[in-house]
Ligand binder design. Structure first.
Ligand SMILES: NC(=O)C1=CN([C@@H]2O[C@H](COP(=O)(O)OP(=O)(O)OC[C@H]3O[C@@H](n4cnc5c(N)ncnc54)[C@H](O)[C@@H]3O)[C@@H](O)[C@H]2O)C=CC1
Ligand SMILES: O=C(O)C1=N[C@H](C(=O)O)C[C@H](O)C1
Length: 247
């Protein structure tokens, strides 16, 4: 019988981290060797083969540096990633070529498909806007999922030779037209009762297309978290998005 993969969870007492601890503990091929909360010493996770980071944008880079110095692979769900951060991680990985880092803006399988469908649709519509909706305690806006979706839409438009969107951007009140991410307008809603939701609205002559995904419970993210843990050890280097881990 093969040995279980040794897994540590960073942010273990949070909304996502506590679900991840339960999911790892329940998986026969994984062993939960560390559940680290804010202020706990990271050394308690030194024996892990894979660390799952579900902390916050201010903490995640220090955690990555600490783990990658030790050659530990990572599955990162924490939001707040920029191209600069990706470059920094690639530089750390260059020193530890056998380690892998998966940064997953969204672990929901439906959310991954929503982003893929949006990228596919983007070349056919002159207008595209993103409306993301989250629980009221979310620390960051816009969401990592919206940021990633905007990047995918912008890339698809550029490769199809589409220019800037022709829609009005004038605002009587700053922010009324949302944030501009890579030329795509993003609107962030925060309200009680929500978990994690996103709509991508496309418009063209006389028609619209709306692609919507809803996470109604954080258990929706766990199959993606476990998939990432199982596959990251065989994927050295930096992977962005769960897509390439799906069959
Ligand atoms: N990729 C995905 O599918 C998903 C990603 N997220 C992201 O995951 C992150 C966590 O989300 P939630 O669980 O809702 O937040 P949360 O605030 O409930 O949990 C974060 C936890 O991390 C702890 N923490 C902060 N710094 C730490 C450190 N240095 N070491 C260990 N623990 C530390 C906090 O005390 C807190 O308990 C956010 O960035 C969120 O956007 C959330 C849901 C799904
Ligand atoms: O904070 C959350 O809740 C979520 N964060 C991720 C994001 O920023 O996109 C993923 C999902 O939307 C839930």
């Amino acid at each position: 019988m093969t040995e279980p993969i040794r897994v540590g969870v960073l942010g273990a007492k949070g909304r996502m981290g506590s679900e991840a601890c339960k999911a790892v503990a329940a998986a026969a091929d994984l062993e939960l060797v560390a559940a680290i909360g804010r202020g706990d010493p990271l050394d308690a996770a030194a024996d892990a083969q894979v660390l799952i980071d579900l902390t916050n944008p201010g903490a995640v880079m220090d955690n990555l540096r600490w783990g990658l110095e030790r050659g530990i692979s990572f599955v990162v769900g924490t939001s707040g990633f920029t191209e600069q951060r990706h470059e920094q991680i690639r530089a750390w990985l260059a020193e530890k070529p056998s380690a892998g880092v998966l940064i997953a803006p969204n672990f929901g399988i439906g959310a991954v498909l929503m982003m893929q469908f949006a990228a596919k649709a983007a070349r056919y519509f002159e207008s595209a806007e993103i409306i993301e909706q989250h629980h009221p305690r979310k620390l960051d806006a816009p969401s990592g999922t919206a940021t990633h979706t905007a990047r995918l839409i912008a890339q698809a438009r550029a490769s199809a030779g589409l220019g800037p969107m022709p829609d009005a951007t004038k605002e009587e009140v700053p922010g009324a037209r949302g944030a501009d991410l890579d030329g795509v307008r993003v609107h962030a809603v925060r309200a009680a009762g929500l978990v994690a939701h996103q709509e991508v609205l496309f418009g063209s002559l006389g028609e619209t297309l709306t692609i919507r995904h809803d996470s109604l419970d954080r258990v929706s993210f766990m199959p993606g978290v476990l998939l990432g843990v199982r596959k990251v050890l065989g994927r050295p280097g930096l992977t962005i998005g769960l897509d390439s881990f799906l069959d």
